[in-house]
Design a protein around this ligand. Sequence first.
Ligand code: DQA
Length: 145
Amino acid sequence: GLICIFNGPNLNLLGTREPEIYGRDTLDDVESLCAEKCRELGHAMRFMQSNSEGDLVTWIQEARGKADAIVINPAAYTHTSIAIRDALSAFAGPFVEVHISNVHARESFRHHSYVSGIASAVIAGCGIAGYGYAIDTVARLLGHD
Ligand code: DQA
């Protein structure tokens, strides 16, 4: 099946952005990790990033009927976006929410997520390895691992 991996704002700066929080790995490194994991599990992958909420909403809509599952790090939109939640609600397959950092150990405005309540699983604080765990999880939910 096809797994879409969507990344929200500022994740293009991974590796140079607050490395004490997000680490030194770049978004290209995250993509390589995801590609390797999807290959192992026999899934195709699309990996995308945008700083724009509208792009993310459009991509989630476009995944309908095409992708089997979504892995998403909505970044700061996690804490603000009803539009991304609504788009994910309209997606029939499983999706897993990923955060590189442990959002619950950080500022209180990061403790609430608009998408956690409709996600199949939520992974936070595992670093970029969390993307691999998310792919493992959707693969298990799809029954293909
Ligand atoms: C993040 C956590 C969010 O609170 C933050 O706005 C991000 C990244 C993470 O991966 O830890 O941009 O989603």
